[in-house]
Write a protein that binds this ligand. Structure first.
Ligand code: PEP
Length: 252
């Protein structure tokens, strides 16, 4: 059994005071948490949230990391810094970092290897643009990202990675992929992982991300190959995030 994950990607939202207020309100709710819950706030919120989440099962994730441990990399944050704050997950390969900050598969692969060797869990984002989907190239594109990002990853490490399938056209647009389309791509990714690393396909956790909302979470989580969700906008609202982490388990 793969443990589910609902991860909130706050992107560049929430000041430290707002983050503290959010977590106070969230923890005061009657949560019916089904699997792992991860909050990925901006770097400046990690310290105050780490203080609030001592002895709490809610985990902290970062939205980025550098490949080096220290040095002349102005504006960057390293693995030892994140680990010192109790961070356990790091999002890498998000389409916003690929597009706006021109991060390549090669750089993402280096970050992935760094995280694995540091015992931090990478949440590796993959996904096609609308143009690529309309041209029928979504499977080829996702496969090429997967192959490039998994370069030099050993078989015994691959199940420590969490993959998030995030079609770019669904991110922040309110236009989610259907649960069937999410399932199809998550299954495809699992099959490709199994081909590359026999025996590991059923172990790796694969999330869907792109305009996930309380209204769509139950249908999504009922899909066999979808192990969770990476959520942007809806993770910023206390009530919505509560509903997302309390999704209904369908045993059919
Ligand atoms: C994201 O940024 O990873 C994301 C899925 O955003 P949203 O849920 O807002 O589409």
């Amino acid at each position: 059994m793969r443990q589910s994950i609902i991860a909130g990607n706050w992107k560049m939202n929430m000041t430290p005071s707002e983050a503290e207020k959010f977590i106070d309100e969230f923890l005061a709710l009657d949560l019916d948490r089904k699997g792992e819950v991860v909050i990925c706030p901006p770097f400046v919120d990690l310290y105050p949230l780490s203080k609030k989440l001592v002895d709490n099962p809610i985990k902290l994730g970062a939205q980025n990391v550098h490949t080096e441990d220290a040095g002349a990399f102005t504006g960057e944050v390293s693995v030892p810094m994140l680990k010192d704050l109790g961070v356990q997950y790091v999002i890498i390969g998000h389409s916003e970092r690929r597009e706006i900050f021109k991060e390549s598969n090669d750089f993402i692969n280096k970050k992935l290897l760094k995280l694995l060797s540091s015992n931090l869990v990478p949440i590796l984002c993959l996904g096609e643009s609308l143009e690529e989907r309309q041209a029928g190239r979504e499977f080829d594109l996702v496969k090429s990202q997967l192959l490039a990002c998994l370069k030099d990853v050993d078989s015994d490490q691959v199940s420590n990675i969490v993959i998030a399938y995030e079609p770019i056209w669904a991110i922040g647009t309110g236009k989610s992929a259907s649960s069937d389309d999410a399932e199809t791509m998550c299954k495809f990714i699992r099959t490709e992982v199994e081909k590359l690393y026999p025996g590991q396909g059923q172990k790796i956790r694969i999330l869907y991300g792109g305009s996930v909302k309380p209204a769509t979470i139950n249908e999504l989580m009922a899909k066999e190959n979808v192990d969770g969700a990476l959520v942007g906008g809806a993770s910023l609202k206390v009530e919505d995030f509560k509903e997302l982490v309390s999704y209904e388990v369908n045993h059919d």
